[in-house]
Design a protein around this ligand. Structure first.
Ligand SMILES: C[C@](O)(C(=O)O)[C@H](CC(=O)O)C(=O)O
Ligand SMILES: [Mg+2]
Length: 297
């Protein structure tokens, strides 16, 4: 029997959550280790954020400065570490039709389950910041055609993200989503909606799954999975939630070391050595070493 592809796993996860009356939660994992923690906690889908790669791996803002290879490196580290289906942010696809085709091929080959490609101009911004600019619907449809045509596994997911709400308004954003569905997009990412009722406008007219982005400190209030399921949302994204928390915890440690000259006051905020090792399955590696090399002693 052929193994189940990553794309198939992602689609199955949406279906099985839906059958249980909830949307699929997709949690941001900035690196391989956090992907292991998220998976072992029981999350069924994980995410590599474009903003996260720029911020964490390069110390850069989320302004379209990272490339296919930059994101592919981080994505591959995650897919090597876990089997949980991974959604990857490919920004605008990094170029014209042939570049987008390469992006899809490389992501699929790297074991990624799904990607989202957006309708911002190449000089993109975070979806929750002002003064975004978008390409025409026709140009985005061309991006999608290039992406869809490059799939090898038909179950690999190409999700179309529209950033149109703040630029052209709700009706135009919904119209775009419909055009993207007609072009063959597998799923829709309705970015930076400013009211929960807006999700309904998308889910009422679309037949394909819709994603809501619950990023903190942005344009969208933080809604529960239940509230979002009730307006027809199929997937809920938490792109940088753990990353933001990690950063604050790390800053606290750096500050304490500087101020106090000893880490005693912050040891309680740390994952212990045992906890770290448990997620890594460290002891099985040690046992293997012992078994392999015992005879030498
Ligand atoms: C989802 C997103 O594209 C990302 O790169 O993680 C960002 C998230 C954020 O900046 O909060 C976005 O929404 O543009
Ligand atoms: Mg992004």
């Amino acid at each position: 029997m052929a193994p189940i592809s990553a794309g198939r796993k992602f689609r199955d996860a949406i279906e099985s959550e839906k059958a249980e009356g909830r949307p699929l939660q997709i949690v941001g994992t900035i690196n391989a280790y956090t992907a292991m923690m998220a998976s072992q906690v029981g999350h069924k889908a994980i995410y590599l954020s474009g903003g996260g790669v720029a911020n964490a791996s390069f110390g850069l803002p989320d302004l379209g400065m990272t490339s296919l290879n930059d994101v592919l490196t981080d994505a591959t580290r995650i897919t090597n570490a876990v089997d949980t289906p991974l959604l990857v942010d490919i920004d605008t696809g990094w170029g014209g039709a042939f570049n987008i085709a390469q992006t899809i091929k490389q992501m699929e080959k790297a074991g990624v389950a799904a990607v989202h490609i957006e309708d911002q101009v190449a000089q993109k911004r975070c979806g929750h910041r002002p003064n975004k600019e978008i390409v025409s619907t026709a140009e985005m449809v061309d991006r999608l055609k290039a992406a869809l045509d490059a799939k090898v596994d038909p179950d690999f997911v190409v999700m179309a993200r529209t950033d149109a709400l703040s630029v052209e308004g709700l009706d135009a954003a919904v119209e775009r989503a419909v055009a993207f569905q007609e072009a063959g997009a597998d799923m829709i990412f309705a970015e930076a909606l400013t009211d929960i009722a807006m999700y309904r406008k998308f889910t009422d007219v679309l037949d394909i799954p819709v994603l809501a982005n619950m990023t903190e400190f942005g344009q969208t209030d933080l809604y529960s999975t239940k509230e979002l399921f009730d307006v027809g949302v199929d997937m809920v994204l938490y792109p940088l939630s753990a990353f933001r928390a990690m950063n604050k915890a790390a800053l606290n440690v750096y500050q304490a070391l500087k101020d106090e000259g000893v880490q005693t006051s912050v040891v309680d905020t740390m994952q212990t050595r045992m906890e770290l090792y448990d997620f890594l399955n460290y002891h099985s590696y040690e046992q293997k070493l012992d078994a392999l090399f015992k005879s030498k002693k």
